[in-house]
Design a protein around this ligand. Structure first.
Ligand code: PMP
Length: 312
């Protein structure tokens, strides 16, 4: 979360939080026309952006799929991120959000002008025991590729998550697990779902109506390569989730949230379970640059351009 003290990068300038606004008549404000990325920054022997290349590739894909012009280069995005970290004096772990917002006025098919916005919030260290969640299977179905493609990381997709999360909380759960229109497990409101079942790491395929998550991909690779675990990307039905040994939600924002129960049925292992803990340890080692094989996933700051002067 940003606060009133946060400095924000907007269209090439670092500006005070209260000045980072878009017009009420813009398509971004009226219809939620925006695409974005949430990116992890970790401190190892220095600050690294974790899997930046993959995040920027997904952002370019979201821009294309939303039929917006490709106005920004990877260098623009990287510059925005490091300027934002510097302006906020964040030298450790952080969560970064890069957004492209349609600021032009008109109907929902307007595709410009655009604004590039970057925010950064320091991430406090925390244990997995503090992050456990109860899940309720939602009566809301996950959006699908034929209507609101979940592959696009666009703000309006989160109305689906909003319905499900509010409903889950109203029923006393911490989070929701959404099924897709075929009744198979899809994902949570802002995270992918992973479970440990008969010793394997199991997660639904991208075609189940999920965002093609970078954290999910990281766990699939680490589980197979570092822990030698079987991994299965396959359909999961609702009742199978509740008889899993362990389960967790993953994303770049909250990283890992171990699941205690699903529909008020406790999972076999008390959360965080032993396999989740081993996966989390492996993830931390990789993300902080301790495993040379995965150093290519880490982007340190490369240039040292001076901070853009506060303006606007
Ligand atoms: N699903 C949804 C709906 C999300 O919003 C997110 C968070 N971006 C994820 C999954 C996880 O994606 P990632 O690991 O790339 O952050």
């Amino acid at each position: 979360m940003t606060t009133g003290k946060t400095k924000i990068f907007m269209d090439g300038h670092i500006i005070p939080w209260e000045n980072a606004t878009i017009h009420v008549a813009s398509t971004g404000a009226k219809y939620g026309a925006n695409v974005f990325e949430g990116i992890c920054c970790y401190y190892g022997d220095q600050q690294y952006l974790f899997r930046l290349r993959e995040h920027l590739e997904r952002l370019h894909e979201s821009v294309d799929l939303m039929r917006l012009p490709q106005r920004y280069s990877d260098a623009d995005f990287e510059h925005a991120i490091w300027e934002t970290l510097k302006a906020n004096d964040i030298k450790g772990d952080a969560h970064i959000r890069l957004s492209i917002i349609v600021t032009g006025e008109g109907l929902y098919d307007v595709s410009g002008p655009l604004s590039l916005v970057c925010t950064a919030a320091p991430r406090e260290p925390g244990t997995l025991s503090e992050r456990t969640v109860s899940l309720g299977v939602s009566s809301w179905r996950r959006i699908d590729d034929a209507s609101m493609p979940p592959r696009i990381k666009a703000g309006p997709n989160y109305h689906n998550g909003r319905f499900a999360l509010m409903d889950a909380k109203r029923h006393g759960y911490d989070e929701a697990l959404l099924l897709n229109s075929a009744g198979m497990v899809s994902e949570s409101t802002n995270s992918c779902f992973m479970m440990i079942r008969c010793g394997a790491l199991v997660t639904p395929p991208v075609s189940a109506g999920i965002l093609d998550s970078i954290t999910r991909d990281t766990f699939l690779k680490i589980a197979a390569d570092e822990l030698g675990m079987p991994v299965q990307v396959r359909e999961i039905d609702r009742t199978e989730t509740a008889i899993a040994e362990e389960a967790f939600l993953c994303n770049s924002f909250q990283e890992v949230r171990p699941v205690r129960s699903i529909d008020a049925i406790d999972l076999k292992e008390v959360a965080p379970g032993p396999v989740t803990m081993r996966l989390w340890d492996a993830y931390e080692n990789v993300a902080r640059g301790h495993v040379s094989k995965y150093r290519e996933w880490l982007s340190p700051k490369t240039d040292d351009k001076p901070l853009i002067a506060a303006a606007r």
